[in-house]
Every structure is written in C-alpha cells, then in structure tokens.
Ligand binder design. Structure first.
Ligand SMILES: [Zn+2]
Length: 214
C-alpha cells in the first residue's frame, strides 16, 4: 500500500534526478532569498492548461492562482472566504508583481457548464453553478444567440470571460492604483489545447490575436 499514487511518486523521482538536480542552486537561492516572481497568472484548474508548462517557466518565475474557468470575482471586502482575491492581494501587495495575465483556454469545462443551462448541479452545494454565475450577464447574452453554433458560443464566452476578469481585476483598488501609476500591467491570453496556439488579447480592441513573433 502506498500513501501517494505510484504515478506521482515516479514523477517525483524523475523531478529529483532531473529538474531539481539541474537547478539545485536556483532552489537553494529561492529558499534563502524568498520568491520574487514578476508575473501573476490567473488560470483554469484544467489539467491540460498548466501555465508553468505552457510558458516553460522554472521555479520562482510565476505566481499562479488557478480556479474553475480562470475567473476573478469583483472586489468584495465582505468577510467571506475569497481564495482568488487573497492570492491576488498577496501577489500585488507583498510580491509586487509587475504583470497579471488572465489565461483562458479552449474546451473549458467551467465555461461549458455555464452554457449548459439544462444541467443539474453536480452536488447539493452547486459550487460550480454559483461560481460560474459570476459570468451570468455575459453567459445570458451568448447562450441565447441562436445564430452561433455551440462551438462558437463556447469560444466566445471563454474569451469574453477573460475580458470580464480583467475588468473585475480593476475593481480592486490596489490593482487600479498601480496600473494607473504604470507599475502593473494587465494582459489576457487564450490557449488552444488541441493546436497549442496561444492567442493574446489586444489591449486596445479586446480582440484575441496570434502574436506575430510566434
Ligand atoms: Zn477551464
């Protein structure tokens, strides 16, 4: 009997003899000096869209918060349990990151659930339903659009949700103030799992484009 899945133990052994071995000094330095990542990535929990993998990042480079459908709730200092807001607060106020990237992705299960208005809750708590209700105004606009195919609705809402999260980020006073001072920059990106394509949001138009350099 093992106390951790074998696949994870095998992976860990590979990590220790590979990555950790190769970057021992870097890990030691990070332990000694603490972390100072320049970028916060807000990404989905989806196992196929891991920011560290997609951006080929080493230890200490990315501060990552992942939640269902990479949503940022609006600023709400109401005494409730705000996991994403806590991570955001720490990244901006304590780590003083320079960049925040909201990264959505194709075939997002959270977005699919939001568009599937007929589906029953997965559990009595309906945590996903409640969480995805953050996007309700956008969802309602897309879900009722019969001119679009289901795939078009899905991709549209995935991208609208990124713009929506960026707007919510700016409701946090610390984000707004630092962005206005030019000390913090916000970005949007969308990753296509099947092709590996990364689409980047044009800050002026809000459209998603393939960067020319790729
Ligand atoms: Zn997702």
């Amino acid at each position: 009997m093992t106390h951790l899945p074998e696949k994870l133990l095998d992976g860990y052994r590979n990590f220790m003899s590979g990555q950790f071995q190769a970057q021992t000094d870097r890990y030691k330095q990070l332990a000694r000096e603490g972390q100072s990542p320049e970028t916060l990535v807000i990404a989905c929990c989806d196992s196929r869209a891991a920011p560290e993998t997609i951006f080929d990042s080493g230890p200490g480079e990315l501060f990552v918060v992942r939640n269902v459908a990479n949503l940022v709730p609006p600023y709400a200092p109401d005494g409730e349990f705000h996991a994403t807001s806590a991570a955001l607060e720490f990244a901006v106020q304590a780590l003083k990151v320079k960049n925040i990237v909201v990264m959505g992705h194709g075939r997002c299960g959270g977005i699919k659930a939001a568009l599937d208005t007929e589906a029953a809750p997965l559990s009595p708590g309906d945590f996903i339903g409640r969480w995805m209700s953050l996007l309700s105004p956008a969802t309602e606009a897309v879900v009722n659009n019969t001119m679009m195919t289901p795939v078009e609705r899905q991709t549209s809402l995935e991208r609208i949700s990124i713009r929506y999260s960026l707007a919510n980020l700016r409701t946090f006073p610390c984000v707004k103030i630092l962005e206005d001072k030019g000390r913090l920059t916000l970005y949007g990106a969308w990753f296509d799992i099947s092709t590996g394509e990364l689409w980047v949001m044009n800050k002026e138009t809000g459209d998603f484009e393939r960067p020319e350099a790729l």
